[in-house]
Structures are given as structure tokens and as C-alpha cells.
Design a protein around this ligand. Structure first.
Ligand code: NAD
Length: 492
């Protein structure tokens, strides 16, 4: 722990080092910036700010460490990751409280994210000694086809604020298991959670340069010099579609490998044969987790007209019972990440009601300190294009009453995005037909939460390229090496 003076004394003992982590050392940046608590608008801590100089120093370190890390026996890499997992599990209180302080999410959600992230790390540790290759005959039969997977090289990992731990673990865990060195750029709103994770890796004994950490208020000042540098071999990004596209453009000159986890417009479909209690309960989790600031959130709740009244009644009653407040207390919904994010919701709501939406609950900011917005429900009669490709990213639920499964499916697919989708039905054939015909990378069937270390997470269309987690998640950080081998079969 470093010695910078704390701005919030209560949780000082839980705080990570606030400096940058480059080449195995915690180093000061040229200046500092403040991390704010969105529940009260007050500073939580000051962290070091990185510029292009620190970014290039991190790449120097990552490039120097790459050959040794790639060569390390898979079992040795796995052992380090197992050790990091054990250390992480000892630090649950720090992770959960710090995550809540800087992101605002309720402690119960921080704890759930912590446990899921630890599970991801454990899974990557287990997989790192199970990287496959193949050996086969060429089609002509004249030679052998030998294929092995090799680490792609130093990677830039850019993470968002809404899942400040899960995103770094899902990227760094896969990259490290694959044998890549990493430079993580945290989101300026939530650098502390990322720093706690990097402290765990440091304490577990990862070699210098394998893991590097940058915080900054000027992301492009860090990413641009790295994307221009040929030593960087991959960028893995989670965030908005606009920034993802920009990073791909910037990396294009060097034909940089890119994985993109971008925005969503999740349809949450409730068919007429669904278990309505289950659908209403799961819709609450899927919509209001993280105050709606999740790429996989239920953005359009599309309900068959025959059950819409029953669903809406149950759903609205649950929404009205949600307790909003500082995540350190016993609440269901925390604040928006910033005043700016909260303030845009007045305009968003006006857009929805102008388009014919009927307000059934909530509808305004919560008075007092912090960036809270009331859990809100707007209902539409029929489909409405105002909500096609319009990611709310807010505690605002939009319900649409539609005529039957075909209309539900057609409206669901009316989107530029293709990340998560959901369908509720008791009929197996209907569930699988929806599963196959929804133009989304992921389909939750009778469930509103899907993330799992074993499952390939990712989207189609404007929601991104590539998959995180699952075996695929590790191979995203590897390249295939093909060797054509002439074998002289004569034994003498
Ligand atoms: P954002 O794109 O503004 O920021 C994401 C990250 O990119 C942050 O670290 C930010 O500092 C950085 N960034 C911003 N501009 C940059 C630049 N020019 N160069 C380099 N880095 C830059 O998005 P956000 O507001 O943090 O998150 C909201 C969006 O992210 C939503 O659209 C949401 O759906 C999406 N998201 C997607 C997933 C997923 O897995 N698909 C997960 C979470 C969030």
C-alpha cells in the first residue's frame, strides 16, 4: 500500500496502491486525478495519471517480458494463476467495498461480481495447461500438417467502469493463460478495483513486465501511441461501439488483431406460454442490475399481448418496491455513474413519452446528493422504432405489447446490435426456434443472467467481434502456427 494521503479515511486500509504499475514496479505518474463516489459526489481517492510516456514505458516492459512469459511451462503459468486466485479470495472485503465506493453498485452486486470474477480466474488457471494443437495428414498424403497455438504477443486491454473487476479478469485471465503480456487501461471512473486485481497478481509473483496497469483521464493519450507501435499485437476492448470502431481504425494501419465487446440492445421476450412470475423476476434482475448500466441489460421488454397485462402488473409492482440508495447500505439499485449520465435521462424519457410511451413508474432523478434516478417503467402499445438500436443504459424499462411470436421475433431483430437476448416460454421447440432465429450472439432461455467462465461471451453486428471466456476466449489471444512436415517413411 502506498503512502499518499487518503481523501476518504473510512476505507483507507482497503485501498490499493494508487500509482501506475509498470515493469513490476508501482510508479508515480506526472500528475493525479480524483476518483469520485457516485453515491454522494465526493472524492474517494487520488490516482496517478498516465500519459504517452508511461504508456510506452509499459509497452517496453511488456515487450521485454513477452519471450520469457511465452516460454514458461504452462503448468508454471497455471500455478501463478492459482496462487492469484487464492490471494484474491482472501481479499473479498477490499474488492467488494472499493468496487461499491467507486462504481456505486450495491454491495450485493459487488460481491456477486467479485465471486464470478474469481471463478473466471480459476477457470483460466485450469485451462492454461490445456492449450490444444493438432497433427494430421495433408490431403495429398505427401506430408504432415502440424498446428500449434502460440501467444499473439503484448496486448492492450481497455476496460469500462460498469463491471470494473469482471472485465479486467475476463481479458487479463485469458491473455495470461495464453502466454501474452498485458497492459490494462482502466476506466477513469473505476481505477481502484483494477489496481486491487493487479496487486493480487504482483503479490502472486507474476514476473516483471507481464502485467502492466495504466490509469488516465485522457484515454487517447495512452491508446494512440500504443496502437501505432508495431510491438503491440492485440487490442481487446469493452465499451461503446463508437470508441470500439475508432480503436479498430487506429489499429488498422498495423493490421492489429482486435476483440471488441461493444454496446447492446437486448430484447427480453415473454411469450404467451411463459411462466410469468419467473419472467417478471428475471426481468427485474436483467434490467435493474447495475442501475441498468449493463451491455446485456433488457433494453426492450417485448411481451405477447395475451399475457402483457399480467406481466406488466407484476413487473411494475416489483419495480415500485426497489430500494434506491448508496450501495454501501441495504439497497437494490445504486446511482448512475456520473451527474452527466443521470442528467441525460430527462431527455431520454421525453423522447420515449413523445414517441407514445406511457409512464407507469418512476420518471425523475432522486432529490439530494448522488446521481440517483428512480426505477422507471414506460409502456408502449405495439412495436416502436424509437427503441430500436437505442441503448438506454439506465434504470428505465420499456415494455412493448405485441401480437404473437412472429411479431416479437421481428421486432427483437430490428436492431443494429446483436449482443444478449432473452426468451421466456415453456415450449422447448419455441425456445430453440427463437434461439436459432434471434440475430444475437447470446440467448438466455428462461433466464436473465448468462455470464459463465465456460461460455463464449460476445455479440454480432455492432455489438462486436470475438468472444471472451470459454475456450474461445483464450484462443483469441493466440495465433495458429502451421508447420508442413515432410516425413520420410522409410525406416532405414
Ligand atoms: P466508453 O467506450 O466510453 O469507455 C470504455 C473504455 O474506453 C473506458 O476505459 C474509456 O476510458 C475508454 N475510452 C474512451 N475513449 C477512448 C479512446 N478514444 N481511446 C481509448 N480508450 C477510450 O464506454 P462506457 O461509457 O465506459 O461504457 C458504456 C458502453 O460500453 C455501453 O455501450 C455498453 O453497452 C458497453 N459495454 C459493453 C460490454 C460488453 O461486454 N459487450 C460490457 C460493458 C459495457
Amino acid at each position: 500500500m502506498n503512502t499518499q494521503s487518503p481523501l476518504s479515511t473510512d476505507h483507507e486500509a482497503l485501498m490499493p496502491d494508487r500509482r501506475l504499475y509498470i515493469g513490476g514496479q508501482w510508479v508515480e505518474g506526472p500528475s493525479e486525478f480524483q476518483v469520485m463516489n457516485p453515491a454522494n459526489g465526493r472524492p474517494v481517492a487520488s490516482v496517478s495519471h498516465a500519459t504517452s510516456a508511461e504508456a510506452l514505458a509499459a509497452l517496453d516492459a511488456a515487450a521485454a517480458a513477452q519471450p520469457g512469459w511465452a516460454k514458461l511451462a504452462p503448468r508454471a503459468r497455471a500455478n501463478l494463476m492459482h496462487k492469484a486466485y487464492r490471494l484474491m479470495m482472501e481479499r473479498e472485503e477490499a474488492f467488494t467495498k472499493v468496487m461499491t465506493l467507486e462504481s456505486g453498485k450495491p454491495l450485493t452486486e459487488s460481491r456477486a461480481e467479485f465471486l464470478l470474477s474469481a471463478d473466471f480466474l480459476l477457470w483460466f488457471a485450469e485451462q492454461s495447461a490445456h492449450i490444444h494443437g493438432s497433427y494430421s495428414d495433408s490431403s495429398s498424403g505427401d506430408f504432415r500438417v502440424v498446428v500449434k497455438h502460440q501467444p499473439i504477443g503484448p496486448c492492450l486491454l481497455i476496460t469500462p467502469w460498469n463491471f470494473p473487476l469482471l472485465m479486467i479478469v475476463r481479458k487479463a485471465g485469458a491473455a495470461l493463460a495464453a502466454g501474452c503480456t498485458t497492459i490494462t487501461k482502466t476506466a477513469q471512473e473505476t481505477p481502484l478495483t483494477g489496481a486491487l486485481f493487479v496487486e493480487v497478481l504482483h503479490d502472486a509473483g507474476f514476473p516483471a513486465g507481464v502485467v502492466n496497469l495504466l490509469h488516465t483521464t485522457k484515454s487517447s493519450g495512452v491508446s494512440e501511441p500504443l496502437l501505432k507501435d508495431k510491438r503491440l499485437r492485440k487490442v481487446s476492448f469493452t465499451g461503446s461501439t463508437g470508441v470500439g470502431g475508432l480503436l479498430m481504425e487506429q489499429g488498422a494501419r498495423n493490421i492489429l488483431n482486435a476483440s471488441m465487446e461493444l454496446g447492446g440492445d437486448g430484447p427480453f421476450i415473454v411469450l404467451d406460454d411463459a411462466d410469468i412470475d419467473l419472467a417478471a423476476e428475471q426481468a427485474i434482475i436483467c434490467k435493474f442490475r447495475n442501475a441498468g448500466q449493463a451491455c446485456v441489460a433488457a433494453n426492450r421488454i417485448i411481451v405477447d399481448r395475451r399475457v402483457e397485462a399480467a406481466f406488466t402488473e407484476k413487473f411494475v409492482a416489483k419495480v415500485k418496491a426497489l430500494k434506491v440508495g448508496d450501495g454501501m447500505g441495504a439497497v437494490d439499485v445504486g446511482p448512475m455513474i456520473s451527474a452527466r449520465q443521470r442528467d441525460r435521462l430527462g431527455e431520454t424519457l421525453k423522447q420515449l413519452t413523445d414517441a407514445g410511451g406511457q409512464l407507469l413508474a418512476g420518471g425523475k432523478p432522486v432529490a439530494g446528493e448522488g446521481y440517483f434516478f428512480e426505477p422507471t417503467v414506460v409502456r408502449f402499445e405495439g412495436r416502436n422504432e424509437v427503441m430500436c438500436s437505442n441503448e438506454l443504459f439506465a434504470p428505465i424499462a420499456a415494455i412493448f405489447s405485441v401480437d404473437g411470436p412472429e411479431a416479437a421475433l421481428a421486432f427483437a431483430n430490428e436492431s443494429d446490435f446483436g449482443l444478449a437476448s432473452y426468451v421466456f416460454t415453456r415450449d422447448l421447440s419455441r425456445a430453440l426456434t427463437f434461439g436459432e432465429r434471434l440475430e444475437f450472439g447470446m440467448v438466455g432461455i428462461n433466464r436473465g443472467i448468462m455470464a459463465d467462465p465456460k461460455a463464449p461471451f460476445g455479440g454480432t453486428k455492432a455489438s462486436g467481434i470475438g468472444r471472451e471466456a470459454g475456450q474461445e476466449g483464450i484462443y483469441e489471444f493466440m495465433e495458429q502456427k502451421y508447420m508442413a512436415v515432410t516425413v520420410n517413411e522409410a525406416l532405414s
